[in-house]
Design a protein around this ligand. Sequence first.
Ligand SMILES: Cc1cc2nc3c(=O)[nH]c(=O)nc-3n(C[C@H](O)[C@H](O)[C@H](O)COP(=O)(O)OP(=O)(O)OC[C@H]3O[C@@H](n4cnc5c(N)ncnc54)[C@H](O)[C@@H]3O)c2cc1C
Length: 441
Amino acid sequence: MDEHEQPRHRVVVIGAGFGGLFATKALKNAPVDVTLINGTAYHLFQPLLYQVATGILSEGEIAPPIREVLKRQKNAKTLLGTATHIDPVAKRVDVVAPGVAYSVEYDSLIVAAGASQSYFGKNEFADFAPGMKSIDDALELRGRIFGAFELAEIETDPAAIDRLLTFVVVGAGPTGVEMAGQIAELAHRHLPGQYHNIDPRQARIILVDALPTVLSTFGDHLSTEALRQLHKLGVEVELSTKVVDVDESGIEVETDNGRRRIESSTKIWAAGVAAPALSVQLAQATGAETDRAGRLKVNPDTTVPGHPEIYAVGDMMALDQLPGVAQVAIQSGRHAAGQIKKRLAGQPTGQPFKYFDKGSLATISRFSAVASVGRFHFAGLLGWLLWLVVHLLYLVGFKNRVTAVLHWFVSFIGRGRSERVATFQQVFARRALQEYQEKLP
Ligand SMILES: Cc1cc2nc3c(=O)[nH]c(=O)nc-3n(C[C@H](O)[C@H](O)[C@H](O)COP(=O)(O)OP(=O)(O)OC[C@H]3O[C@@H](n4cnc5c(N)ncnc54)[C@H](O)[C@@H]3O)c2cc1C
């Protein structure tokens, strides 16, 4: 830059999920330099994590490297690291990565750090019932699910076999329903014939939720249809049932009839989200309010109150009761980018973010899904075809789309599950990682 040239406007984006990545892309032709900071080197397509956990897709297919996704965007650079502190006065973000700490200054900041799993204050449940938020979670669950069938094959105690072949999924939202449906398909369709001592069809898949319905946000019609399809698959659905304790060998639930224990080696937590630590720190630093889940209450234009240069988008923002779904994140990320572009072009800003609801989808098994698009409701094959098209459209990267289709073909038309590998490290590293994270600055 020569001395007469104006420095370019610096936009820092925290988080390369749907919100951050689409915000960055929307700034492609803007006169800005974008620095995208993410805790991992990849963008994660969370809606397909359950397919990694159940051996349908490989982790790479749903997690393309951010660098590759943005390689043609000359005004964007990617940095690995976890933002730990935002200083809104100095306009600086402090970041840590393994063995390194650094800071990045900004003129505009888009915070899109997503959400984390909530165990409703019982974080100790996580050791026994991993959530479904990251590749680590999905691979650990993959190891636990396939590992349970392997251990059941060599076990001789009938009670232990029953425990190993009982899978409990907590939370009957889209993730829980999809997960339960896929484990049922594994047990009833893919694994039979591969074991000598056990019949995988004897596996029990139990879906538990404190609410009285499955897919409660989809409306009565689709909720009832989803329940019917789950029953058809052999999933036992226990509604109005609250999980009160989880340990290594089972789960305790409470209903109107009292407390009961379910013996189960494999528990999966698909209930509850909490805002990330950064949301709380940003709220403290700016005086912004948070909602009960810790999400940041933003202005209608997605800026943080009192800070027109800071935007919070996606799962970590609380605005108009919008749900934590990919489309809210994508559209709010693009809105924030649009506001920055307008500001730099000297145009009026502050327009409220308007969410365009494109609908909701959840698969239950192969060829069977429920979808709600505006006034229209689809169930069964039609819903599933819609699911297929939408996921292909939004899966990032051409290569990933091709190989995902190939794997879907293997799993849905054939009876294979091509991604069943889980290493010992993936299954047992939870403790080591916890110890490592405790030692981080
Ligand atoms: C298992 C599962 C299934 C889902 N299924 C669906 C579905 O079918 N349909 C749907 O619409 N939505 C679904 N969702 C919700 C959807 O994935 C989210 O709403 C969406 O990902 C939110 O986007 P985001 O950008 O706000 O956050 P995220 O996509 O979570 O991205 C946040 C990013 O920020 C990074 N990050 C976090 N903290 C920091 C930090 N301090 N510093 C640097 N980086 C940080 C993370 O590594 C991550 O890359 C699902 C979610 C899950 C977990």
